[in-house]
Write a protein that binds this ligand. Structure first.
Ligand code: GDP
Length: 295
């Protein structure tokens, strides 16, 4: 992931390090390269503009001239700003004051919602929770079966009522059954669609109002770049997301979505999908990601 972005930024900073003393134009030249690298990585234009402006403000001037190792100083600033851009620190799931915690997984078909629901259940179990997965994706053929198979592989329960009921009715029944079954977390795999449309948004709004989840997580495919960011914007404006899961970060995604989502939507990336296996979901750590990008 981000191979070309990382390579370009590392190259830029290598040049900067080789210079010893830095002039203002050295810094500007380096920032021009950073700007281009980010745009080529498909980072949102406005996000790049604000990002570069913030770094420039900090990196050019007294602070820099006074520092012992100016190149290192600039790199440190970029590292800090990159971390902030991605949300600062790791964000966790909102837990219910009184269990069960209800998590609504939302997203478009193909983003990885069903797989991520199972991966999240697996991760939550490792953290000591007792999750129940709910098969409420009634429109995508085979989604219910898929979740049941994944539940079988994980040896975790899956609540399903076929595909003839409304997702909200299934979700409600699942939440009602959870406490009695000793489950303290309910992860609902909601129905997606091929694309964002009014029917989907109205259905999810209705589910939110009826079920009152503690956490709404949007699953988006990092490979789709800025399209993922615009999906996140729409879902957030209608539903008020709590966080985003970026999937397929193991592929050769350029990084645009990872670097823009937080800034554009104001909502944190909470988890990233890094493979097809059921243990390939990680909490998202902005600082570690910045380190990976900057080398
Ligand atoms: P849904 O339609 O959103 O429920 O999507 P699925 O959960 O069925 O996932 C669609 C495809 O993406 C499946 O082949 C998954 O194995 C794959 N997938 C999901 N997450 C990841 C990921 O993080 N990395 C990779 N490489 N593949 C993923």
């Amino acid at each position: 992931m981000f191979a070309s972005l990382a390579e370009r930024l590392q190259e830029t900073f290598k040049k900067l390090r080789g210079k010893g003393r830095l002039t203002e134009s050295d810094v500007n030249e380096a920032l021009r390269e950073v700007r281009l690298a980010l745009l080529e990585a498909d980072v949102n234009f406005k996000v790049v503009k604000d990002f570069i402006a913030r770094i420039k403000e900090r990196a050019v001037g007294q602070e820099l001239l006074a520092s012992l190792n100016p190149a290192q100083h600039v790199i440190k600033i970029v590292h800090e700003e990159l971390t902030t851009l991605m949300g600062g620190s790791n964000s966790r799931i909102n837990l219910a004051p009184k269990p069960p915690t209800v998590v609504m997984m939302v997203g478009l078909n193909g983003a990885g919602k069903t797989t991520t629901s199972a991966k999240l259940a697996n991760l939550m179990r490792k953290q000591g929770r007792r999750p129940l997965m709910v098969a409420a994706d009634v429109y995508r053929p085979a989604a219910i079966k898929q979740l049941e198979v994944l539940g079988g592989q994980l040896n975790l329960p899956v609540f399903s009522m076929g595909d003839q009921l409304e997702p909200v009715a299934i979700g409600l029944a699942a939440v009602e059954s959870a406490a009695g079954a000793g489950r303290d977390m309910v992860i609902i795999d909601t129905a997606g669609r091929q694309e964002v449309n009014e029917e989907l948004m109205a259905e999810l709004e209705n589910m939110k109002e009826t079920i009152k989840p503690h956490e709404i997580l949007l699953v988006v495919d990092a490979m789709t770049g800025q399209a993922a960011v615009s999906v996140a914007e729409t879902f957030n404006s209608r539903l008020g997301l709590d966080g985003v899961v970026l999937t397929k970060l193991d592929g050769d995604t350029r990084g645009g979505a990872a670097l823009s989502v937080r800034s554009v939507t104001g909502k944190p990336i909470k988890f990233v999908g890094v493979g097809e296996k059921l243990d390939a979901l990680e909490p998202f750590h902005p600082e570690r990601m910045a380190e990976r990008i900057l080398g």
